[in-house]
Design a protein around this ligand. Sequence first.
Ligand code: SF4
Length: 740
Amino acid sequence: MKPYSLSNIHTIFTQDGLLAKTLPYYEHRQGQVEMSRAIAEAFHQHQHLIVEAGTGVGKTLSYLLPALFSGTKTVVSTGTKNLQEQLFFKDIPYLKKHVSNHFQAVYMKGRANYLCLKRLDLFRQQALFQDTDDVDIFQQIQEWAQTTKTGDRSEIRGMPDSYGPWRDVCCTRETCTGSQCEFYKPCFLFKMKREADEADLVIVNHHLFFADLAIKGLGMGGVIPDYEAVIFDEAHLLESVATSYFSVSVNSYQAEDLSQDVLRELLSAKVPAETINRTLQTLQQLSQRLFRCFEPQSPSRYRLKEGSVDNDVAKIGPDVANILLMLISQLRGIKDCPEEIKALADRTEEMKNSLEFVLNRNEPGYVYWCEPQGRAIFLHASPIDISEDMQRNIFQQVSRIVLTSATLSTGNSFDFVKERLGIEQPVELIVDSPFDYEQQAVLYLPQWMPEPNSPDFTAFVASEVAQVLEKSQGRAFLLFTSYRNMDDVYERLKHKLPYKLLKQGEKSRNALLDDFKKDVHSVLFATSSFWQGVDVQGDALSCVIIDKLPFASPSEPIVEARIENLRNRNENPFMSYQVPSAVITLKQGLGRLIRSKQDKGILCILDNRLLTKQYGRVFLESLPRFPIVRDVKDIIFTSFRSVRSSKNGKIRKKDQSAPYSAQAAEVRSCPSSNSEWESALEGKDLMSASHYSMYDVFAEDELILHEGFGHGVVTAVHPEGKIEVLFKSGRKMLIHDQVI
Ligand code: SF4
């Protein structure tokens, strides 16, 4: 990997560095140099580092290169699958091709993604299917199992996410006997683990990271190998993911699942099952009675406070624990007990301990709550404050840790995230986005809106939305803080807007996003799950409208308990917890609009508290410096993604010399006739189009598929690396966001 080392790796990003010299599209960004330098220093000095890197800094390479050149075994953990895939399928191949091929990287998914050969073998012998479709897909799994090298379910084309029998054949911690298993050698999970043992870089997601930590905490073997450094990207998601894995949970399906697995193993081991079968039947009956006590009046989560649970729980709970105890002794009492049955006895013991922990509700520092999920009931005990768990399990264990995200600070301070995660005295860095927010976006705050709790609020929201969408010609995300507001505004507008309207819940998230990208004028109505992790570049997203400041519901059990906890510590929970959390969520939501230097558009927040309440300043000070408009007439949205200065000068005049103005991006604003597209397309097959990626080099006359603009033909390649593309819509664009 010479001549680079930790002390000079940041020079690879400089104006005359290796990337600028060797790559036609490399774009120097000072923030990227600063970030990589800070990360190299943190690796060298064994430091904990927090970096907020605005969108477009190129943070993944900023941390991957120092990590690789440090020679330390590093785990990179992401909040979303999208980013995990970007790292492994784009960034890593790019580094191998252009910088160094002397490293190994492994992409690890959670156990449930991999086929368990032992469970497949058992299932084959006693397979039960709900319908014929299930049988066909299972046949496909069996054939695939003969040839797959990875055992990763994503290779099975056409298997729906919800395919039930997969649960019976995938790897699970509870059913795995590790090196005792007869399939240990060819096992896909352990093959992946062995590769990870050898790798320099292990790419996981936060769910796998914390699930693995929880397993190791129970004294069992995890799959992630020992590491010397961790980089948490999308670190704003850490608190919620870590909370769920530091929680203790039981659910109404567990007794049934356990019973099925016990019977299957007894049959396989040819152990007489009569007595144990009776115990299992009693267990299932008692478990059903117990969970029926928690059946809620409403489908939402609720807190289990003192006295809030039926007296029956006090009686049935110990009965369930006793029957579990009996099952443990019956399983352990089996003569020459096979490993698989010993593992089931351990699992039964864990279930008993968890049940008692949740039902006793006497461990301080936990909030106890019930979560209905379809027909299942989950009971949880969640830590109110995870900072000590994080310190003990992570920050005190690993000397090199980087936390990064585009949204970690509030009001230019990391105090909130440090306090929540228990990270003490880290090195801190905020790297601004290279995007020119003053030129690329305008923030519309209407002059008059009723209070969000007013009965007229949604009527005013609908009216403002209609006016703003007229400016942006649809092409908008409407992000709501509640389903009620989303449904209400949707009903008011569904027959009034001349655009295709999409609503969360109508289809899967990915299908909705596909529809949204296909119809550039469409408008998507959505709630929390679209506030982050959604990346729509290009014409389809030109406007983001937010109905209310996204405060977490104070009646949500964990939020409520955290508020109480802070109050008990004489802190102001609103300013120290609720406002900073909402600031980070708002930054995430608004961050959907500007994803590249070409993106331009309108941001709109319809909550007047931003200006009327004192805390509104914290929100405004935490956002990039968008020009603010108070009258919808002042938004002038001309041609493609261009926001111009208003006549009254409230918006700064566009700087014609700005390097990424809309004019620079668009060669021609008037669409051409169809014939130009048809002649450009002549002899080409649309199916052969290469997916446009900022990492690729395209040649003249090549057919591309751009995520935002659709199909296009490269009509010219400019010397500085920009490509001129004629898109199917008739627009001709200079694409110049090959950001590396
Ligand atoms: S080692 Fe574990 S995961 Fe692998 S085949 Fe055996 S039981 Fe399944």
